[in-house]
Design a protein around this ligand. Structure first.
Ligand code: HEM
Length: 374
């Protein structure tokens, strides 16, 4: 690993430099405003006005692109350009094929995959907390006003980084920062969501289609507190929160299956313990346990949570139990408990959808990719 890192770094730096040059040339060629040798265009006919307007828009996006990459870093002298313009620039980048290639993103994926295992941390893997980071950075989406979601990676900023629901995610953000330092060209939004995909896949879960295109926003994009679910509540609350993101009952249940992974921490959420016996393996065990085990309220000083009667070593949150108490939700728990393939298929779809919430489609260059280790 120590051999690989510097090699990767130099290769990346070289490529980043080259591609920036090429990009600037292309963008300049396509968007340069008229020089002295270009004669002024004839007055527009009414039918050419829309084309002219589109041209002006593209020129503006091109100019924005010269100042900023999609990672929000000033490239030249401008201090702050409207994020709408940078979004448009990202769209142009995608359309013109100027974006880093799938191979480049695969290198980031591989690096994340290489660093998931961590002896002495929880159950030996960072995968669960990376899945939670990807989810919390996307789950702030509100379809009513199209705010929130993974586009701007706003959890980098206060107060969102300090919202109660995000307690403990500094572990994941700090880890991802190390990857970002190695691949500075990737946006935080792309990095965090790719981290979630790698964590699911490398833990034995389904392939999750993913594509780059997110841009990093500014502090003023931070979302208000209260957009993520409160584990102490029940089905009405789950529907309120997830319908706001644009999900249905089946998708709520499928997504909740991610609790096969990881555990609760008293110093983060107040709750304690893992949901399953193998918290670093992505499986449908969460659903089989929900259905098959007798659960009882745990008697302790912490917040109200369930424990399994037999071993008292597993836990369920009130929102987890809501999935078997509510008829519509339970229908899907039944399916996923019996059929892991069906769960994997539905989880993959819903998780891919979650990770793209709030990202204008124009910012994506094409169809999602299948990332993964050989
Ligand atoms: C349905 C509503 C949900 C509620 C109320 C909820 C609540 C929680 C809570 C309280 C924790 C414990 C945090 C800690 O103490 O470290 C947690 C952890 C976790 N959640 Fe959720 N969650 C929900 C949905 C989801 C979804 C949709 C995903 C992913 C698709 C997810 C993935 C995870 C993972 C992987 C962990 C383990 C993190 C770790 O081990 O550090 N959760 N969740």
């Amino acid at each position: 690993m120590s051999l690989r890192t510097p090699l990767l770094r130099t290769a990346c730096a070289r490529r980043a430099g080259q591609s920036l040059q090429i990009r600037n040339q292309v963008v300049r060629r396509r968007f340069a405003s008229g020089g002295p040798e270009i004669s002024p265009p004839p007055p527009p006919r009414s039918s050419s006005v829309p084309y002219l307007l589109a041209g002006v828009g593209l020129a503006a996006a091109g100019a924005a692109y010269l100042f900023y990459g999609t990672d929000g870093t000033p490239r030249e002298t401008a201090k702050e350009l409207k994020s709408e313009a940078r979004g448009a620039a990202a769209a142009v980048e995608g359309k013109l094929g100027l974006r880093h290639s799938q191979k480049d993103y695969q290198k980031v994926y591989d690096r994340i995959a290489d660093t998931l295992e961590k002896e002495g941390y929880d159950d030996g893997s960072l995968a669960p907390v990376l899945i939670r980071l990807a989810w919390h950075s996307s789950g702030t989406y509100n379809k009513e006003d199209n705010t929130g979601g993974s586009n701007y990676a706003t959890m980098r900023f206060k107060p969102e980084s300090e919202h109660g629901a995000n307690n403990g995610l500094n572990v994941a953000r700090d880890h991802m920062q190390k990857i970002k330092d190695e691949f500075p060209w990737i946006s935080y939004g792309d990095l965090w969501t790719l981290g979630g995909v790698a964590a699911v896949q490398e833990s034995g879960g389904p392939t999750v289609p993913w594509r780059p295109g997110r841009i990093d926003g500014f502090e003023h994009h931070v979302t208000p507190d209260g957009r993520l679910p409160d584990a102490a509540q029940a089905q009405d609350h789950l529907r309120f929160i997830f319908y706001r993101m644009g999900f249905n009952d089946q998708e709520i249940v499928a997504l909740s299956g991610a609790h096969a992974m990881g555990r609760c921490h008293t110093d983060r959420s107040g709750f304690e313990g893992p949901w399953t016996f193998s918290p670093v393996t992505f499986s449908n065990q969460y659903f089989t346990l929900l259905e098959d085990e007798p659960w009882q309220w745990r008697k302790w000083k912490g917040p109200a949570q369930y424990e399994d009667k037999k071993t008292k070593s597993l836990m369920m949150l009130p929102t987890d139990m809501a999935l078997v108490k509510d008829k519509s939700f339970k229908k899907f728990v039944d399916v996923y408990a019996k059929d892991e393939e069906a769960f994997f298929k539905d989880f993959s779809k819903a998780f891919a959808k979650l990770l793209e919430l709030g990202v204008p489609t124009a910012q994506f260059a094409g169809e999602p990719w299948k990332m993964g280790s050989e």
